[in-house]
Design a protein. Structure first.
Length: 256
């Protein structure tokens, strides 16, 4: 479950106050908060008649929180408990879901209905199991009609503009034998996806495909320094002001 420490909560409030001023109405504060969470893997915001924050937990699956009304988050059981989610083309995409028998399938991708995160059976809702590339790790939108999906050993483009007859989207393989080490190592900004893999750092763009961004020296330092037993703990974040991607990791040797 995604939670914030007290210090992180105070920092979040300080960031919003510094950017927008301290005299915000609640709805203005909520809009600013949602804008920050848009770039965080595992959190998605959607707008129907109200602003809704979607997130997942390992026990409750997909949860929806009405930012304006408040109250408890509501479980969306029809989504079949995805481990990871993102939003593209007004659909919620769930990765690593329960199958029709209630069994966990880490290669199963499911989509909600268009513009309705509670409907996972009609109006564009669909599902697909990816037979190769390993377990689904995470994903995120690159544009309003395209997203990138990461597996353990593959990267795929999810494209709503090139789908064949009867399909809503097409999945195109961008890279084989290159995937992601964990959902936390993914970050998305300005139409680009950033990831850490077992051989270094990469960027995905719509026009350029997969682009290595770690020079030989940087990749070698990272792979020699990171705790290989805890690669899924590597965390990525975006600094939108300085246009920098940061990765936080656990060292193999504790220098403290």
């Amino acid at each position: 479950m995604h939670t914030l420490t007290l210090e992180q909560k105070d920092e979040l409030v300080s960031i919003i106050e510094g950017e927008f001023g301290p005299q915000l109405e609640f709805t203005q504060f909520a809009d600013a908060m949602l804008g920050i969470f848009e770039g965080v893997a595992g959190f998605e915001t959607i707008t129907k008649s109200r602003s809704t924050l979607l997130y997942t937990t390992t026990t409750d699956g997909l949860l929806a929180y009405d930012v304006e009304a408040g109250g408890p988050a509501v479980a969306v059981s029809a989504a079949n408990a995805p481990r990871q989610i993102f939003v593209v083309a007004n659909q919620v995409v769930g990765l690593d879901c329960l199958d029709s028998n209630g069994d966990r399938d880490n290669r199963l991708l499911r989509t909600s209905a268009f513009s309705d995160h509670t409907n996972w059976s009609t109006d564009g809702a669909d599902y697909q199991s990816l037979e190769d590339g390993g377990a689904l790790v995470g994903g995120g939108a690159l544009s309003e009609t395209a997203a990138v999906i990461y597996q353990e050993r593959s990267i795929r483009l999810m494209d709503y503009t090139t789908a064949g007859s009867g399909a809503y989207f097409a999945l195109r393989l961008i890279a084989s034998e290159t995937g992601s080490i964990g959902a936390r190592s993914l970050a998305f900004a300005d139409g680009r996806g950033f990831s850490a893999a077992t051989d270094g750092f990469y960027m995905v763009t719509l026009g350029g495909g997969l682009v290595p961004i770690g020079t030989e020296r940087i990749n070698r330092w990272f792979l020699n320094t990171v705790d290989q037993a805890n690669l899924p703990l590597v965390q990525a974040s975006i600094d939108p002001l300085r246009k920098i991607v940061w990765w936080r990791m656990k060292r193999a040797v504790d220098l403290s």
